[in-house]
Design a protein around this ligand. Structure first.
Ligand code: ADP
Ligand code: GN1
Ligand code: MG
Length: 367
């Protein structure tokens, strides 16, 4: 056993032992930059695995999260095999425990799961080249297309109103009302910004209610580090982080990718002058995404993609801001004021999108 293994608590080692892994464990270390779950890379003498503790504050019914993932990956495995792909590489593979489940609950009630580590891939935390972003668009578009025939009623809603933007607005106002962490005095400008969107936050939900756009099975968390790209070719290999696969709108998946990947700055950049919407990145992603998902989308869905980008960015900013007001309970933070910094970049990006909205719409109609 190597030194790292000695550092991890006995409890984590015991968790690993509950799963059916190949070989003996040689190393366990924290991995990745997700904001939600605790992720570890587990190395054995035979293979590598991803071990995750599912965040119970975020996912109130974690067993339902596992059930959804079993259903979705099971369905995708068949589609991928039919299309001549490699299911072990192109979708997540849950590792069973010795008792045949796909999760373990530890003594303190925490739920753990394990996946095969998908080798020879990279996951990016910052927007890269247009070519790579187009390939990630292709991967998310393919994911959408492959799930086209999946029965949405089989899935549990793992987080209620996850992308319901009016509900997110109401949650922010509730956080303002409660002012739990006493930080309200610090967010006057940001709140004033959000209040200007009180009506516009309804655009997508209204279109859904009016029957202009359909509910689909969507990923709902399409940020760049939730797709693994082939280390050699950059091709999108596997869409990961399936905890929020639920009924949703195409505009959610498209919009959330743009929010993260077409920002010229990092999600938590403090120098707001660096925050801009990159129209070439926007176009690259749109080309990739629509090349795979486009045929299945209705005209109105396509027209609403730029609105999806704007509202997903605003919504994410409102979520960061609400979490800041609530005392940083939801998103992992790595510094004081981290959620406020993140909220500010999102709102700045919304303003930049406003300034270029017509161009965004023109790009979509051209693509
Ligand atoms: P979170 O919900 O906290 O974002 P993720 O499921 O996205 O957690 O995992 C965090 C990171 O771990 C990912 O961004 C990716 O870099 C890496 N990762 C997750 N699953 C795998 C896997 N099966 N193979 C390789 N890397 C993975
Ligand atoms: C979270 O899990 P992760 O880090 O991929 C969040 C997303 C946000 C994103 C902001 C379940 O994504 O909704 O857009 O942070 N996931 C959940 O970076 O809330
Ligand atoms: Mg993630």
């Amino acid at each position: 056993m190597e030194s790292n293994l000695h550092q991890v608590q006995d409890s984590i080692r015991r968790i690993v032992e509950a799963f059916v892994v190949t070989g003996t464990v040689t190393d366990i270390c924290p991995y990745g930059n997700g904001h939600i779950n605790d992720t570890y890379l587990v190395t054995t003498s035979g293979k590598r695995y991803i071990l995750q503790r599912v965040n119970r504050y975020v996912f109130k019914e974690p067993v339902q999260v596992i059930r959804n993932i079993e259903l979705v990956t099971g369905y995708l495995r068949d589609v991928i095999a039919r299309e001549g792909g490699d299911p072990q590489r192109e979708t997540l593979t849950l590792i069973p425990t010795h008792s045949g489940e796909h999760y373990v609950v530890d003594a303190s009630g925490e739920l753990w799961r394990m996946y095969l580590f998908i080798e020879q891939t990279i996951s990016r935390d910052l927007p890269d080249t247009e070519a790579l972003f187009a390939l990630s668009g292709e991967a998310f578009g393919r994911f959408q297309r492959q799930l086209g025939g999946f029965d949405a009623s089989m899935l549990s809603e793992t987080i209620r109103d996850f992308h319901n933007t009016p509900a997110r607005y109401a949650q922010l106002m509730d956080a303002v009302e409660r002012n739990e962490a006493g930080r309200l005095c610090k967010v006057g400008e940001e709140l004033a910004f959000c209040r200007r969107y009180e009506r516009e936050v309804h655009t997508l939900t209204d279109a859904l209610e009016a029957g202009e756009i359909p509910l689909r099975v969507t990923h709902n968390d399409t940020k760049l580090n939730n797709v693994l790209l082939d280390a050699k070719t950059g091709r999108g290999v596997c869409v990961i982080d399936l905890d929020t696969v639920m009924p949703g709108l195409a505009a959610y998946d498209f919009g959330d990718s743009i929010r993260f990947g077409a920002n010229t700055a990092a999600e938590d950049e403090r120098d707001l002058n660096k925050v801009q919407i990159s129209l070439p990145m926007f176009e690259a992603f749109a080309r990739g995404y629509l090349s795979q998902a486009g045929d299945a989308l209705k005209l109105r869905e396509v027209e609403l993609l730029p609105m999806g980008a704007k509202l997903m960015t605003l919504e994410c900013g409102m979520r960061f801001l609400a979490d800041y007001l609530n005392g940083d309970k939801y998103f992992k933070i790595h510094r004081e004021g981290h959620n406020l910094d993140r909220a500010r970049t999102q709102f700045t990006l919304v303003s930049r999108m406003e300034a270029h909205f017509e161009e965004m719409c023109r790009i979509i109609s051209r693509v």
